[in-house]
Design a protein around this ligand. Structure first.
Ligand code: NAP
Length: 491
């Protein structure tokens, strides 16, 4: 397929075709998806717009490959996966550049994301060797109870644009480490970071059909994944409404399901907090990826006695530290938002907050550079009736609410249908444990603004999803238990 020239063309591993059963299949240009650089608006390429037929072909390939991959030893799988992770490391700069060009995040963040993709693969390559079973004490004489663990089978994976490498990397890693094979559908806005992982997996010697990557119509690909009997599990990362729809389709066909969905993270600063550390944490948590992460602080709560000091210091930090621009340029730490729709959402929340009595003290509008660049924004006097108290912003907008007591803070923090990440700052040990227990969230940062690691579980409560990725618990979603009873042993 031809496309406008762009630096992305200089990346040697770039693929503009889908990986199905070890073959790179190009589509017809008239039926393709155009991919743009959100920093420049430039067209960077096209990928196929495939549908049910190609998805069914990919599922067939994954099903055949499952016979081979699941019967390899965990050590054999581990060695191939480690070679894959090493290739990702060797090509980290190219992968990160590509990620920045298609998604917009600053290059340093993209380097970090590609690094964690390789780390997930290494972690689950090793974890696959520890998928232990059990021997359960039998209630009967002459019988033994064995529990063994088996890979679930072919997995359908759908991922979002905000972490186009690591969100897919951690699904592929856990699936492959557990002995499963995968058909993956990346977000249409950021397909290249996924396709390049397929290219490197191939180079590492991972057999054909173990990883299949297909771009195209989300609805058609998802329908085939949910209805095809060869697919045994659906794993999705993305928005809550789409996740709910997908989960109900998958469950109707009795597929195992895991969902990593939206968030509305509270970030609470108590009177006893180290204010400078809290400001540092708020900058990291709120403004990473220009506010476009599912674990970004969405609502900041500061206790009455330190409200003014914290807000003033946060304003200074935003103005001194955050630099908006093309993520490939040196010194930039705030890239563009993914598209105009994202800009409109942030504008809508800011306008609503101002109408309800909020005061913008820095930022508040589109950046002068145009496009989808947006000024990092701080708004004071936020109140619970504002839309931003309920809705996920996914942009660089920090509203600060005031609270009086610990009970008020916990009540406001939990007053949402989401339950992914939350953060609080305190130096009071009793308060640390009380609040840790009271917050209804799957991830809790205490005096820390960024907590994701491959070593810890990552999963939401309430409408933020089901299941966990990362850590030893991340394997469970790709495993089924088999109980075998062996009798006749007492004769
Ligand atoms: P999205 O609109 O739900 O899209 C995510 C993926 O789902 C994309 O691949 C998209 O494909 C696909 N999709 C869209 N409509 C679909 C449908 N009807 N059936 C099946 N698949 C469909 O979410 P997004 O805007 O890309 O991502 C942002 C959301 O993801 C936020 O809510 C964020 O909090 C959440 N997220 C959660 C986590 C977590 O770990 N909990 C991590 C990152 C992001 P197309 O691109 O082709 O439309």
């Amino acid at each position: 397929m031809s496309s406008t020239l762009s630096p992305v063309k200089e990346i040697p591993l770039l693929r503009e075709a889908c990986l199905i059963g070890g073959k790179w299949i190009s589509g017809d240009e008239s039926n393709s998806i155009q991919v743009n650089n959100p920093a420049t608006g430039e067209i960077i390429g096209r990928v196929p717009r495939f549908g049910r037929l190609e998805t069914a072909n990919a599922i067939d390939a994954a099903s055949v490959a499952f016979q081979l991959w699941s019967k390899m030893t965990a050590v054999e799988r581990c060695n191939l996966m480690l070679s894959w992770a090493n290739l990702i490391d060797e090509n980290q700069k190219d992968l990160a550049t590509l990620l920045t060009i298609e998604m917009g995040k600053p290059l340093a963040e993209a380097m970090g994301e590609v690094g964690i993709t390789a780390n997930y693969i290494r972690f689950f390559a090793e974890e696959g060797k520890r998928v232990y079973g059990d021997v359960i004490p039998s209630p009967w004489k002459g019988k033994r109870i064995f529990v063994t663990k088996e890979p679930v089978g072919v997995v359908g994976a759908i991922t979002p644009w905000n972490f186009p490498s690591s969100m897919l990397g951690r699904k592929l890693a856990a699936a492959l480490g557990s002995g499963c094979t995968v058909i993956a559908k990346p977000a249409s806005q950021t397909p290249y970071s996924a396709l390049i992982l397929g290219e490197l997996a191939e180079k590492a010697g991972i057999p054909a059909g173990v990883i299949n990557i297909i771009t195209g119509s989300a609805a058609q690909i998802a329908d085939e994944m949910c209805e095809n009997e060869k697919v045994k599990k659906i794993t999705f990362t993305g928005s809550t409404p789409v996740g709910k729809q997908l989960a109900s389709k998958a469950l109707a066909n009795m597929k195992k399901v895991s969902m990593e969905l939206g968030g509305n993270a509270p970030f609470i600063v108590f009177d006893s907090a180290d204010i400078d550390k809290a400001v540092e944490g708020a900058i990291a948590s709120k403004f990473r990826n220009s506010g476009q992460t599912c674990v970004c602080a969405n609502r900041i709560y500061a206790q009455a006695d330190i409200y003014d000091e914290f807000s003033a210091k946060l304003k200074v930090a935003i103005e001194a530290q955050l630099r908006v621009g093309n993520g490939l340029a040196p010194g930039i730490n705030q890239g563009p938002l993914i598209d105009e729709r994202a800009v409109a959402k942030v504008e809508e929340l800011i306008t609503d907050a101002i109408e309800k009595g909020g005061t913008v003290v820095t930022g508040g509008k589109k950046d002068a550079q145009g496009g989808s660049f947006f000024e990092p924004t701080l708004l004071l006097n936020a109140t619970p009736d504002m839309k931003v108290a309920k809705e996920e912003t996914f942009g660089p907008f920090a509203p600060v609410f005031k609270f009086d007591s610990e009970a008020d803070a916990v009540q406001m923090a939990n007053d949402t249908e989401y339950g992914l990440a939350c953060y609080f700052y305190t130096q009071d040990l009793g308060q640390t444990f009380r609040v840790m227990d009271a917050l209804e969230y799957g991830l809790v940062g205490v005096n820390e603004g960024v907590i994701t690691t491959e070593y810890a579980p990552f999963g939401g409560f309430k409408d933020s999803g089901m299941g966990n990725e990362g850590s030893k618990y991340g394997v469970d979603d790709y495993i089924k238990l088999k109980y075998s009873c062996i009798g006749g042993l007492d004769q």
